[in-house]
Design a protein around this ligand. Structure first.
Ligand SMILES: C[S@@+](CC[C@H](N)C(=O)[O-])C[C@H]1O[C@@H](n2cnc3c(N)ncnc32)[C@H](O)[C@@H]1O
Length: 285
């Protein structure tokens, strides 16, 4: 006679089944739509997927898979859930101070600079960088390539309209980041939002790019990628570091921000730290 399963065994079995369902969903998304979330850290993916399961009014991840595969609009909604888009202008102000103090002097030595902002979300980081470079009189000789996996956020970034309610917080960030003017000079309060000066994006190319699948598309003097790789598992982080290393010019700058780390990626020996706390590095090998 079969021995009944204990509660712990039942819970383990459910977890195993859930892992299978999650893997099938991710495989299906990849095959049907080309978005590759297969190497994202599972703990946070699982939470997000379950949120979408409930929001779509189904009971299991398998039922969600069925919807996702047959209805592109469900995929779009899930994509928004999976690609966490939280961002802010002058987010982590000390990072921008460090960039101004340590990286700007290096950029002055180049006649022209190409900067890649990978995982730019709705663009707040790019507008912040453009403002900083503008104030340092470097913007005119810079091209910023701003990329993200998610087309919807890029569309919002191109629009350059951000919530008016956020302007108080962004002004404080700007001041803490060493801003040199009055922040309100950069936007017009209209259209139910703050419309940012179009000249700030004159030298910006917005384009879709998937860090887990796509290759290099240029070489850069600076690569900025903050709050993106924390969602990737270790092999994917290593892949992305390989991509960044091969895309950086000799002595190019890799700016990761304090939530990311280069340790244990296999690339730590190729860089020296410019700013330890803000995880800003220079390629030396
Ligand atoms: C939390 S936001 C970070 C935005 C900005 N870098 C910042 O620090 O404020 C993470 C962004 O990474 C993007 N992303 C996630 N996976 C990606 C991938 N495989 N390739 C490119 N972008 C990705 C998401 O769409 C999202 O917009």
């Amino acid at each position: 006679m079969a021995v009944p399963l204990s509660n712990v065994e039942l819970a383990e079995e459910r977890l195993d089944l859930e892992t299978i369902e999650l893997q099938l969903l991710l495989e299906g998304i990849f095959r049907q739509y080309g978005f590759d979330f297969r190497e994202y850290a599972h703990a946070s993916l699982r939470r997000r997927v379950w949120r979408r399961v409930r929001a779509e009014g189904v009971d299991t991840i398998s039922a969600l898979t069925d919807r996702v595969l047959h209805h592109p609009e469900v995929m779009e909604r899930l994509l928004v859930d999976l690609s966490i888009n939280v961002t802010a202008m002058f987010r982590d102000p000390p990072f921008f101070s460090a960039f101004r103090e340590q990286v700007v002097p290096l950029l002055r030595t180049y006649p022209f600079t190409r900067i890649w902002v990978a995982g730019c979300s709705t663009g707040e980081e790019v507008y912040s960088l453009a403002i900083l470079l503008h104030e340092e009189e470097l913007y005119g000789r810079t091209r910023i390539y701003a990329t993200d996996i998610n087309e919807a956020v890029l569309e919002r970034a191109r629009g350059g309209v951000f919530s008016l309610e956020k302007m108080k917080e962004y002004t404080e960030n700007y001041i803490r980041a060493g801003g040199k003017k009055s922040f309100s000079e950069y936007y017009l309060a209209k259209y139910e939002g703050a419309l940012f000066d179009r000249t700030l994006t004159e030298n910006v190319v917005w384009a879709p790019h998937n860090l887990s699948q796509d290759g290099s598309f240029n070489t850069f003097h600076v690569i900025l990628c903050r709050n993106v790789m924390i969602y990737f598992d270790r092999p994917l982080q290593t892949r992305v570091h390989g991509l960044f290393h091969s895309s950086l010019e000799r002595l190019g700058v890799l700016a990761l921000g304090r939530k990311e780390s280069i340790r244990f990626t296999g690339y730590e020996d190729y860089y020296e730290a410019i700013d330890d706390a803000e995880r800003i590095y220079r390629k030396v090998a």
